[in-house]
Design a protein around this ligand. Structure first.
Ligand code: ATP
Ligand code: NAG
Ligand code: NAG
Ligand code: NAG
Ligand code: NAG
Ligand code: NAG
Ligand code: MG
Length: 887
């Protein structure tokens, strides 16, 4: 059997070799752990008493398996000293417990260790975190580093996502900075998260959604943003978010059926406490004090420990519903995340008591003034619950979504301004007297898929929306077809009846495409041409964008170009609003551009800008300067008017000598007076709403080449509330023209304009300014002086503008006397003794020599020129059939 023996010898040799190898390996590896443990023992001070001898597996607090260290527990041993970096070479180490000592120095390089499951470093004095800290700890289940206040500021690394099995991460009072990384989708087992008492920033990460977190302790950290994500964390048991800067409302927490402790005090949370919160089955403790909660005071079941504090903004001091208007307003601003500015101002249960952004009449909310707030969210359908609402200003925010159709139920509504938001979808069909300002909403009119986080629905209709340019293009085409037909009809009608063609009609007809030609024809032949804002084909060459409600925006680039970059050479004047430039659009239209001074871009200036647009889009009259459009582009606020080539009345009355122009004849003056009277009469007698100019003066009366006048500057115009023709308001206007009762009390009635008109008549007669400080006291105030002369017989003659004398005949003089008498009447001290503007029109019209007929309603095809052109076209279309019969 030599062969077999040989074989077994071979086996023995192999076994021996293997054993030697094994011994070597074991020796080497355990020598490694021994080395590391020896180093650890050395660097601790004092060395723990039992840590002597070479068998480290016997040392107290050390556990081994197969002579490999698996756990080290040095908890509460009053140890100081440091932890050597080699400790991470203990390849089988699963648990490292060093808490409650005074260990200092850098933390060991806790990274790329596939065995480590538990690390507790609480209550030590470690001072720095290593590179790659908390990366590659693939088995980590629990990590704790509370109360290590000596740490250099550190951030929670993104690489924590490697620890997919982690259930507990506790790091309060550990000098953490920065944001919580958004990694919680990768940590599906995390149940406990504690970051209290740190100096962090940012908001709750989105990936908290659907996490397994039960204990969320994030108090005293410095977080901001909303707490919306809590609604998607159904496992929550304890939520401590007190003493942060969280804002916005409490979300619907009805999914959080396990929640027992909710600490939200000391934040700036707003909005209504959801009723569902009071019904959570396991809720035991809830702290809501020191926030800005609104709406009804919540009422929790008796077993729940509740702190509400006394600084919240509940509508009533005890539970119970709020006033219906308050509920509606809260629902409306709820759609915008309950902005905190509102919580600060909206106190109590009556929105008509000085609530910011709310204007009431007779106890009902009539105006929501939410413009320029940079608010986000959507337009709530609950706005329709404010049944008396007239004005809805939502401009210059970051609102998304559509205009709710419920708003068409508002019977009193006049203006909706949603300009400069991100509103999409169709504009609902409002009745024609509602002005909808939609500029600066890229997707308006388009069906954009709803992919906002809170209302996410289907994304598969995205393809559908990309074909939606037609939604815009079709109405534009239809509009121009209608305009063409309208223009053609009017053209035909007036080429047949040439007799009434209005003499001082606007611009010369320019060649262009046929639509343009036809509309220009409307202007040239239509009896009341000055009223119609020229609206041209919005093709490549046009400078206009026409919007719903007849608004027209003109890009700032265009205005920059046509005014030669607002060059000095193009300046035609300067006023309270800013500098006025002249320019010529690409289609040849001459324009005057008013550029708002940047210092005025505050509330007052913006209100006037808005007021001017609001008013001018509603009123069109041949004696009112037409607004061609406007531009509201960031800090650039520009109004674009028709250009009035002969400047203002003031120049012709007072500065004609310096300007080297002819003084106005009496006939021109009385014609101008009548034009002004007509324009103002129109403002005062608008059917829907009466407007008061409040700043009538010669610089706001502009002249065309035919020396016919138009009234400008509606920035100060205030609409007068229905039925009540006087209301108190801030003082605006110009000294010398202010009616005494207005100057004394701020009460504004149409008679304020009548007074100013009387002053202008005096200026027209005398050629003197309303206030002239260069004259002696008894003459410097024109009204006082003139009225004194009026009561003396023949005294007026001496007061006449000397330029009128040479051509004075008896007829002219009688005319002047009549105007002087009217001027006295208009400036009566008591407002009730002043006549209406229509009386002034009646007095003046017989004095004007070349009397041009007023077109009567029949001749204007029943077009209501109180409407903007697009609205008028719409209305006309409805009556199309009856017109064609007449043709
Ligand atoms: N549409 C226009 N066409 C021609 N010139 C104009 C036009 N608008 C204004 N101007 C000129 O610009 C000047 C300044 O006008 P602006 O209205 O800004 O100031 P103002 O009338 O003097 O004072 P206020 O700010 O009180 O109205 C006017 O005096 C007028 O000469
Ligand atoms: C560590 O030891 C302490 C007692 O010294 C004990 O209370 C604690 O539970 C131990 N920790 C671990 C993780 O074994
Ligand atoms: C741990 O930190 C918290 C928060 O600052 C503090 O309240 C607590 O007293 C600290 N504990 C110890 C023992 O220092
Ligand atoms: C608003 O009106 C609708 C319909 O009448 C009603 O369902 C809703 O509760 C109202 N909202 C408020 C806040 O009053
Ligand atoms: C509006 O809000 C956004 C985001 O909150 C901010 O970046 C921006 O600066 C704000 N704009 C203004 C004008 O306050
Ligand atoms: C505006 O809203 C659309 C969706 O309607 C969105 O795709 C787009 O990003 C938004 N734009 C801005 C600037 O917010
Ligand atoms: Mg002016």
């Amino acid at each position: 059997m030599p062969k077999e023996r040989h074989k077994s010898q071979q086996q023995q040799q192999q076994l021996l070799l293997f054993l030697i190898l094994l011994a070597f390996l074991l020796y080497h590896v355990s020598a490694d752990d021994a080395d590391v443990m020896a180093r650890l023992a050395q660097s601790l001070s004092p060395t723990p008493s039992s840590w002597t001898g070479s068998n480290f597996c016997k040392w107290q607090g050390v556990s081994c398996s197969s002579n490999k260290v698996t756990s080290i527990n040095l908890s509460s041993k009053s140890l100081s000293g440091t932890i050597p970096p080699e400790i991470t070479q203990l390849s089988d180490l699963k648990s490292l417990s060093l808490q409650r000592n005074q260990l200092s120095g850098p933390l060991p390089p806790l990274s790329n260790h596939p065995s480590l499951q538990e690390i507790n470093l609480d209550f030590n004095r470690f001072d720095s975190t290593p590179q790659h800290f908390l990366s590659g700890l693939t088995s980590l289940q629990s990590f704790s580093i509370n109360n290590n206040t000596f740490l250099q500021p550190w951030k929670i690394p993104d690489s924590l996502r490697d620890s997919t099995a982690i259930t507990t991460f506790l790091a309060s009072n550990a000098n953490i900075i920065g944001e919580i990384p958004d990694i919680f989708h990768s940590l599906p087992s995390l149940q406990n998260l504690r970051l209290s008492y740190n100096g962090m920033t940012g908001s709750l990460p989105k990936s908290f959604s659907n996490s397994a977190i039960q204990y969320l302790w994030l108090n005293n950290v410095g977080f901001s943003g909303t707490i919306e994500v809590l609604g998607n964390m159904p496992q929550l048991k304890e939520v401590w978010l007190q003493v942060n800067k969280f804002s916005g409302p409490i979300p619907d927490l009805s999914a959080c059926t396990e929640l027992s402790d909710l600490q939200l005090r000391d934040n700036t949370l707003t909005g209504v406490i959801p009723d569902s919160l009071t019904k959570l089955p396991k809720l035991q403790s809830v702290a809501l004090q020191d926030n800005k909660f609104q709406g009804p005071m919540p009422s929790f079941p008796s077993g729940v420990q509740v702190s509400l504090g006394d600084t919240n903004k509940f509508c009533n001091p005890s539970p119970g519903p709020c006033d219906p208007q308050v509920s509606s307003l809260l629902e409306i601003v709820g759609a915008m995340g309950y902005p905190v500015t509102l919580a600060d101002s909206w106190e109590g249960n009556n929105p008509c008591q000085n609530w910011k952004f709310i204007i009431c009449e007779k106890g009902s909310v009539t105006k929501l003034n939410f413009g320029k707030q940079n608010w986000t969210g959507t337009i709530s359908p609950a706005i329709a619950n404010l049944t008396e609402l007239k004005t809805l200003s939502l401009n210059d925010n970051r609102l998304v979504g559509a205009i709710p159709t419920s708003l068409t139920n508002l019977k009193q509504l006049e203006i909706i301004d949603i300009s400069n938001n991100n509103i999409s979808g169709k504009v609902p069909a409002f009745v024609s007297h509602v002005t909808v300002i939609t500029t600066g909403n890229v997707y308006i009119g388009q069906d954009v898929p709803n992919n906002y986080p809170d209302s996410s629905t289907s994304s598969h209709n995205a393809a559908k929306s990309s074909s939606s340019p037609w939604v815009v293009v079709v109405p534009v085409i239809v509009f121009f077809l209608i305009s063409s037909v309208l223009g053609f009809v009017i053209y035909r009608r007036y080429s047949n009846k040439k007799t009434i063609t209005y003499k001082w009609a606007g611009k010369g007809s320019e060649s262009g495409n046929s639509e343009k030609q036809l509309i220009v024809n409307v202007e040239n032949t239509f009896p009341i041409s000055g009223q119609v804002t020229p609206i041209r084909n919005p093709g490549e060459k046009s400078d206009y964008h026409v919007h719903d409600g007849g608004n027209v925006t003109i890009p700032v680039e265009v205005l920059r170009e046509v005014t030669n970059n607002f060059s000095e050479d193009n300046v035609i004047g300067k006023g309270g609003f800013g500098i006025v430039y002249k320019g010529k659009l690409h289609d040849g239209t001459r324009i005057a551009v008013k550029r708002m001074e940047s210092s005025l871009i505050n509330n007052k200036g913006l209100n006037e800008f808005k007021a001017e647009i609001e008013v001018l889009t509603k009123v069109r009259h041949r004696n009112l300067v037409a607004l061609h459009g406007f531009c509201n582009n960031g800090n650039e606020k520009l109004l674009v008017y028709e250009y009035m080539p002969q400047g203002c009345l003031g120049e012709h009355l007072f500065d004609w000598q310096e300007m080297g122009i002819e003084p106005l004849t009496w006939n021109q003056r009385v014609t101008i007076a009548l034009d002004v009277a007509r324009g103002v009469e129109y403002l005062h007698s608008l059917a829907q709403q009466s407007f008061i100019h409040r700043d009538l003066k010669p610089s706001n009366i502009l002249l065309g080449d035919d020396m016919r006048a138009k009234v400008s500057d509606f920035g100060l115009v205030k609409s007068s509330p229905d039925g009540d023709y006087s209301f108190e308001t801030r003082l605006a206007g110009t000294f010398g023209y202010l009616a005494p009762e207005y100057a004394a009390t701020g009460r504004v009635t149409t008679k304020v304009d009548v007074f100013a008109f009387g002053v202008i008549l005096m200026e027209i007669i005398t050629g003197r300014k309303a206030l002239d400080d260069s004259l002696p006291d008894e003459k410097c105030h024109l009204v006082t002086w003139f009225r004194r002369l009026l009561v003396q017989s023949n005294a007026i003659q001496g007061a006449l503008d000397p330029t009128l004398r040479p051509s004075m005949d008896e007829k002219t003089f009688q005319s002047i006397l009549k105007v002087a008498e009217l001027a006295g009447h208009c400036t009566a001290r008591e407002s009730c003794q002043r006549p209406d503007m229509s009386h002034a029109v009646n007095v003046l019209s017989p004095l004007v020599e070349q009397w041009t007929p007023v077109p009567d309603e029949d001749e204007s095809f029943g077009l209501d020129f109180h409407l903007s052109l697009p609205q008028a076209v719409q209305k006309w279309k409805a009556n199309e059939d009856s017109f064609s019969k007449n043709l």
